[in-house]
Design a protein around this ligand. Sequence first.
Ligand code: AVI
Length: 378
Amino acid sequence: MPWTHNRAGPFCPHVSSVVDAPSSNVMSFSMAGAVRARSAGTSSAGAQGASVPFAEDVKAGLSASPKRLLPKYFYDDLGSTLFDAICLLPEYYLTRAEDEILDRHAREIVDAVGSPLDLVELGSGSAIKTRRIISAALESQPTLRYSPIDISPSALNASSEALSREYPNVTVDGIAAEYLEGLKSISRNGSVRTMVLFLGSNIGNFEPHDAVNTLRAVHDVLNDGDALLLGADLKKDRAVLEAAYDDAEGVTAAFNLNILARINRELGGEFDIKKFAHRALYNDALGRVEMHIVSREAQTVRIAGLGMEIHFDRGETIHTESSYKYDRARLADLAGLTGFELTNTWNDTRGMFSSNLLRAIKPLSTDVYHHVGRKRDP
Ligand code: AVI
């Protein structure tokens, strides 16, 4: 289950929560006009100022067997900074590979969709990679509307201002919301094509049935012939994958363990971080890299804000993240289950990562609804 935003640095995707994050505010602003804000609810604070969903999710996750924590909670300020650092690590090839693809093929991608087009992006961050698509689109149309959807109004505001400065012919219409809420509030111009960008292998952090539901929500807002550009990391040698999630400098370990530090900071937890270890392993059968936190010894940890004590056996784990890896067949299946056709795939020169163009076919067939209703995995 996904996750929350991060304040992304150069080349990094901006990660946003999709399914069960706390906020239900939708704020929309256009850099060309006045600020518009729409509120669809309220968020609330709980133990020691932390959000109620964070406290509830931690309580439920650490009471479960096996224990788990949701990866969206990696991305507080420190976790976001650590993620930015991960993107620069030699072992973490994903960001560079996708940027190489977009650098080489942005024009081809835009031409395959057709112009004029509007762009919508799920999680925009600093939008470095997005700039490659924007520049390519502006070669064949004089103006462009770009609607980034992100949970963080401040990050959205900063990147929208920068883009508006750099590209006077681009109208940036930012929507501060969860992906699914944001998608519902994008305004469509029926006479132009829309391309939705979902970059950075963010799809990989979704459980398969959540990936299906999210792509179906994207399909819902598109017209026949509109497109989704989906960045997906590819299955590959176990050693390469495990190194990408367990780097020599220990940055990914710090990123993973920061979730315990966050519980200490926000929920009055008493985790002694030294008594826990980071573990990343490739689960071949499920096609995913899993990150876990391992208790180095038998111990009991108090979390004052939750009024609970958690016991850990020696070697007991908390599952914190899955990063699903795809191949073309799996991507084609996912496309078919969600009302798309996989029409083009571009790989980086080392064949590590894929950028995939999915064309929306309307209407969604009843067969697809049937499969999704059964939560069939792609
Ligand atoms: C954000 N997401 C695509 C990253 C990934 O590769 O799954 C998060 C990450 N976890 C550990 N390293 C990076």
